[in-house]
Each structure stands twice: as structure tokens, then as C-alpha cells.
Write a protein that binds this ligand. Structure first.
Ligand code: GLC
Length: 494
């Protein structure tokens, strides 16, 4: 069997029986392998283009990757202190935290509450979204501090993980919604006053000191405990990275005359890589996802990698092989449940890849209970292979982004902090990504398997809680030291 990419994990037994599969199923499996396999030369070509696109995003003309300056202008030392509120508006949940950076180096205490972000809010009305967030924050403050209206104003770091132009750290002009959000009247506007209006209406005593991206938070939170951390990544509902650039390499900030060696956190928004379709080997399934998304033509890279889309890619393949192929997948069965868009999330694929049983009977159970479909033994083999191909492609493409930043910055050896449901929960994602990185960067084989890779992608510290608090602390500190660059409301920093 053609097997590019990482060696099949030991649990990959189920695919072995594909050789006994009917000819048409085998043909479809081979076809999927051709569509989804990205070999090393192609990974290198993608990475090469990626490096150029990172540079282009920093230029005055710009490119498709936004490369947003974040006004995070230093790395933490581990000695930051203070108590901060942090609010994380992620793709799936809303989290409110109170983070205390303690006197003990690199230590923190955290209390937090998680709220589900109701699905209808993601495509609803802006006021309802801000109202809901403000309500959660109010509830949190009242639970932990009593009557909110009687308190002084709390400094808040707001993790708003969407592409936003920041002329200031306490501003975020939404460039476009990503991750399936589609709320009218927000794109092109600064979200901070909208959010503050909802807080004011409810009398919630908050002063927003920093609007941050989850990737920047991840970078800073991880650097707080590990000085080797140079890149922060999220592989979750969406996919993105941040790193520290020197102002001298950011032509689009040249008009501000910042000293060239001043560090500046850059939120890459690399989900937008190759929106123009130059290098990514997109399949018809990727094209279908894009076409039916709220923002066609946007987030090309993210739509091949992120958790929001992995299950949907799989679902589209299954429906296509039922409707249009000689293999007649699930012939004679009612696939109406499978026809529902976005009904399978990436945990469905994880479960398939985690099935360790020789006969893939856990996968059979999953299909029966969730979809009311009973795949044959040979169909189960194809299902397993499809999941592996989608998961492997996502991990290998992710590695191109990490390699590109490392090449751009000349990092020969560093740590990359990664967070998100795909990184933390998707089987083999880390190993597949690490192998791809090795192939792209031509590292020799390890003498000892326990040895660290030169560039190692590690589980990150909590970026949107601790990271947001740290960024609020770093900003307060630099304002106190007289660095007022990128501060819109100095009065909030007193
Ligand atoms: C999307 C967002 C980006 C975020 C990423 C991970 O790509 O546009 O801001 O960092 O998802 O949550």
C-alpha cells in the first residue's frame, strides 16, 4: 500500500484488510490517497511559498496573510505580578478567569468559569453577542467579588481570536469573521466600544487594557515558564500562530519610527495562507467546504486543517462515495443523517482513528449510533483510511507554517507552544506534525528516540487566561515605564 507520511500507528490494523476489499472500494481508497497525500517535496514547496507570504504580509502593500502587529512589545521575564481578569471568546466556549501572577517566579493562581457560546449567537445579532458576554462577566464578578457596582474598575485582558487590525493594543478592528461566525455590523469596526457599551449598560466595572489573540496569549503564557518558546500556535476550531518580530522588519509600521530592534508580537492569521490558490493541493471537497462557508475565498489553509472542518471534509467524502461512485458506499442504506452539514465534528474522526480493534467494531458502533448506518467490513477499512488521510494531511500542512516562521526568523532550535482541541486530542497529530517538520527541515534521524527535536512543538500554557493576564501586566508595566506606543486610552492604565 502506498503510505507516505508517518508510519501507520500500531492501531492502524484495520486498514490492512483493504487488500481483500472489493475492487471499486479499493479504487476509491487509492483515489483518496492521491488526493490527500502531501509528499515531502510538496511540503517544501508550500513552506517556501509560506516564508515569502509571511514577509509580504509585513510589507506596506500586504498580502493574503494579515500579519497583524499586536503591540505586545516584550517577552515575559517570569517576574510579572498582579491580579487580572481575562475573558476568552473562543470559537466554541466563553471563559472568564481571574489570574493572579504571584511573587514566585513563573507561578500563577487561576479561578475560572466556562460558558458554552450558544450556536445561534455565532450567526445572530451583534448586540446579543456582546450582551451575552457581558452577562457572563458580570455573573463571574458577582460570584467572586459580590456586588459589582460597588467595586473599583478591574483591568481586563480580552482574548478575541479573530483577525483584527490593532493600531493600539486596546483596539481591535475586525477584519473578517472566521471559524463559521457571521454577525452583521461588526466587520470593519472596532469591537472594543461595542463590548464596553454592553458592560456599561449592566454597570460591570471593567477597564479593557489589552485585546489579544489566542496565539499571542499562547506564546506569552508559554514564554513565561520556558525561555526557549518562540512561536505560539493554536490547532483547534481554527488554526493560527504568533511570534515576535523586530520592528525593523515590519515595513508597514515604518511610519511610526520605532527603534528597529524593538520586539513586536505578530499575530500571523496564517489561516488565510494561499487564499489565492497558488500552492495548496486543494481537493474538490475543500472547494465544496469553501463554497458553502459564510466567507468563500477566505481562510484556505485553515479550512484544510482546523477542527471545525475536519469532520466536514470526511462527511463530504462519505456522501460523495455514496451518491457518485461505482463503489456505492452504504448502498441501500438511509444516509439522511449523514447528509446534515457539519453534523460530524473532529472528535468523530478522532474516535475512528482511536479504534484499536482488529475488526473496527468501535467504528461500526459509532456509525450505527450516530448515523444509523451499518458499514460493511470493507467499508470500515475505507472509513478508517479516509480519517487517517484527513488527519495526516492536517498535521503535515500545520508543520509547513511552523517551518516557515522558523526559517524566516532563522530559528535553528526552539520550542513552539501549541494549544487547541486538535493538538491536544486528535490522535497522532503531534507525531505526524513532528515527522513532517523533520522532513521539511531535513533533520538527520535521531540517534536516540528520546532526544528532543531541534524545533519541538510542545503543549502550551493556558494562553487565553494566563497569557491575557500577562499581556495586561506587560502593557501596564511598559506604560509605567513611559512606552506609550500603541495605547489608545492611557487613562485605563493608571
Ligand atoms: C482563526 C482566527 C484566529 C485564531 C485561530 C485559532 O484562525 O482567525 O484569530 O487565532 O482561529 O483560534
Amino acid at each position: 500500500m502506498m503510505r507516505l507520511g508517518p508510519k501507520a500507528p500500531p492501531s492502524g490494523k484495520g486498514t490492512g484488510s483493504l487488500t481483500d476489499a472489493p475492487k471499486d472500494l479499493l479504487k476509491e481508497t487509492r483515489h483518496l490517497e492521491e488526493l490527500f497525500t502531501i509528499d515531502t517535496p510538496k511540503l517544501k514547496e508550500i513552506t517556501h511559498h509560506f516564508v515569502n507570504e509571511l514577509t509580504k504580509g509585513l510589507s506596506v502593500e500586504g498580502g493574503s496573510i494579515p500579519m497583524n502587529p499586536t503591540w505586545v512589545m516584550s517577552r515575559p521575564t517570569g517576574h510579572e505580578t498582579g491580579t487580572f481578569l481575562a475573558l476568552d471568546m473562543g470559537g466554541t466556549n466563553l471563559r472568564v478567569c481571574q489570574v493572579t501572577l504571584t511573587e514566585q517566579k513563573s507561578e500563577f493562581d487561576i479561578i475560572q468559569s466556562k460558558y458554552r457560546l450558544p450556536e445561534e449567537l455565532k450567526t445572530g445579532v451583534a448586540e446579543e453577542l456582546w450582551g451575552y458576554i457581558a452577562d457572563c462577566l458580570q455573573q463571574f464578578i458577582e460570584t467572586h467579588h459580590g456586588d459589582a457596582s460597588k467595586m473599583g474598575k478591574h483591568p481586563l485582558g480580552f482574548t478575541f481570536s479573530y483577525p483584527a487590525t490593532q493600531n493600539y493594543i486596546d483596539e481591535g478592528i475586525l477584519q473578517r469573521w472566521t471559524k463559521g461566525f457571521d454577525i452583521a455590523g461588526v466587520e470593519g469596526r472596532n469591537v472594543v466600544p461595542m463590548f464596553e457599551a454592553a458592560l456599561k449598560q449592566r454597570g460591570v466595572p471593567i477597564k479593557l487594557t489589552a485585546l489579544i489573540n489566542d496565539t499571542t496569549g499562547t506564546l506569552v503564557a508559554s514564554a513565561y515558564t520556558d525561555p526557549k518558546m518562540m512561536i505560539g500556535c493554536i490547532f483547534g476550531t481554527g488554526c493560527n500562530a504568533a511570534y515576535m518580530e523586530d520592528c525593523g522588519s515590519i515595513p508597514k509600521l515604518a511610519h511610526l519610527n520605532l527603534p528597529p530592534d524593538t520586539p513586536m508580537g505578530i499575530n500571523c492569521e496564517w489561516g488565510a495562507f494561499d487564499n489565492e490558490g497558488k500552492v495548496l493541493p486543494r481537493t474538490p471537497y475543500d472547494a465544496a467546504i469553501d463554497k458553502d462557508s459564510p466567507r468563500p475565498g477566505q481562510q484556505a489553509f485553515e479550512k484544510m486543517i482546523a477542527g471545525l472542518y475536519l469532520g466536514e471534509i470526511f462527511r463530504l467524502i462519505m456522501v460523495d462515495l455514496h451518491d457518485n461512485s461505482d463503489a456505492h458506499l452504504f448502498a441501500g442504506q438511509d444516509i439522511s443523517k449523514l447528509r446534515k452539514p457539519y453534523s460530524l465534528d473532529s472528535s468523530f474522526l478522532s474516535a475512528i482513528e482511536e479504534d484499536t480493534l482488529e475488526d473496527l467494531s468501535e467504528t461500526l458502533d459509532l456509525f450505527q449510533t450516530k448515523l444509523n448506518i451499518s458499514p460493511s467490513r470493507a467499508e470500515l477499512g475505507l472509513i478508517r483510511r479516509a480519517a487517517e488521510l484527513i488527519g495526516t494531511r492536517a498535521a503535515r500542512l500545520s508543520a509547513c507554517g511552523v517551518a516557515a516562521i522558523s526559517i524566516k526568523k532563522g530559528y535553528q532550535s526552539c520550542h513552539v507552544g501549541a494549544d487547541g482541541s486538535v493538538f491536544n486530542k486528535y490522535p497522532h497529530f503531534k507525531a505526524r506534525g513532528a515527522q513532517a517538520l523533520r522532513q521539511i527541515l531535513d533533520w538527520p534521524d535521531k540517534a536516540d528516540p528520546k532526544e528532543e527535536d531541534p524545533i519541538e512543538i510542545l503543549a502550551a500554557e493556558d494562553g487565553s487566561g494566563v497569557g491575557a493576564a500577562l499581556i495586561a501586566a506587560l502593557t501596564l508595566r511598559r506604560v509605567k515605564d513611559g512606552n506609550m506606543h500603541g495605547i489608545l486610552h492611557p487613562e485605563n492604565f493608571k
